[in-house]
Design a binder for this molecule. Structure first.
Ligand SMILES: NC(=O)c1ccc[n+]([C@@H]2O[C@H](COP(=O)([O-])OP(=O)(O)OC[C@H]3O[C@@H](n4cnc5c(N)ncnc54)[C@H](O)[C@@H]3O)[C@@H](O)[C@H]2O)c1
Length: 250
């Protein structure tokens, strides 16, 4: 399997931490040149340094996915630095507060939607023209199990992740003939810094929601993402794939 992405350039947003970092590592291990894009500048530098030390080609770039100019610049940086954009993972996301819809903070709503939904749109908006022109490319958008299930107390997050699934389907229909595959991944609750903010009783509750009796690991999401980006997934287009320890089977 190693070398499967040799000669391909990947842009991964939110790659300084958690799931994005695990994806960057997985793609780099299979030979991709990786742009580690994140608004955490130190984290992006550290992650890119780690990939380079392991023998990969990697560059950090500071990006704020809520800002279209910043995302456009990150896409341009990828093609300028590595000569192409073959793989993209629109992964950057935030959690937001836990409050019922009737009490939800309006500013928090706007921040979660701007990052988790509009941020994915910004990625597609600037990645797709490059890939369509090349006549090839593969994109994974990071949704969640909450892209199909509701979750009390997380209205903005749930709405954004449902939106990512719909956006993925529409873009996939538009670009299929041009050789670009776009799919979405729906992880269950994964043990990353995003989740470590939650207190212990909440963590125990989240674990109990998974029939496997544990949280997922970032590398398990990276494995599915790498598959969907690979030529092994050549007939997979516009669909939403769970990696959730059985959460949605209940
Ligand atoms: N952890 C989970 O349980 C879980 C489950 C399902 C889906 N997800 C999704 O996976 C993705 C990654 O989450 P994670 O758990 O690895 O979280 P994380 O907090 O470990 O990593 C998120 C990364 O995104 C970056 N980021 C946040 N806002 C940004 C912005 N505006 N511009 C650029 N970078 C930004 C952060 O700096 C961070 O490095 C998110 O979209 C999240 O919603 C996570």
């Amino acid at each position: 399997m190693s070398g499967e992405f040799e000669g391909r350039a990947a842009l991964v947003t939110g790659a300084a931490s958690g799931i994005g970092l695990a994806i960057a590592r997985r793609l780099a291990r299979a030979g991709a040149a990786v742009v580690v894009a994140d608004y955490d500048e130190d984290g992006a530098q550290l992650a890119a340094g780690e990939l380079e030390t392991a023998g990969a080609r990697a560059e950090p770039v500071v990006v704020d996915v809520t800002d279209p100019d910043s995302v456009q610049a990150a896409v341009r940086f990828t093609t300028d630095t590595f000569g192409s954009l073959d793989l993209a993972v629109n992964n950057a996301g935030v959690g937001g507060p836990s409050l019922p819809t009737g009490e939800y903070d309006v500013a928090a709503w706007n921040r979660v939607i701007a990052t988790n939904l509009t941020g994915v749109f910004h990625g597609l908006r600037f990645e797709l023209p490059v890939m369509a022109k090349a006549g090839a490319g593969a994109i994974v958008n990071m949704s969640s199990i909450l892209g199909t299930n509701g979750f009390a107390g997380s209205p903005a997050y749930v709405a954004a992740k449902h939106g990512v699934v719909g956006l993925t389907k529409s873009a996939a229909l538009e670009y299929a003939e041009q050789g670009v595959r776009i799919n979405a991944v729906g992880p269950g609750f994964i043990d990353t810094p995003l989740l470590r903010e939650t207190d212990n009783p909440m963590r125990e509750r989240l674990i109990s929601l998974h029939p496997q009796g544990r949280l997922g690991e970032a590398k398990e999401v990276a494995e599915l993402t790498a598959f969907l980006l690979s030529d092994r997934a050549s007939f997979i287009q516009g669909s939403y794939h769970l990696v959730d320890g059985g959460y949605a089977a209940q």
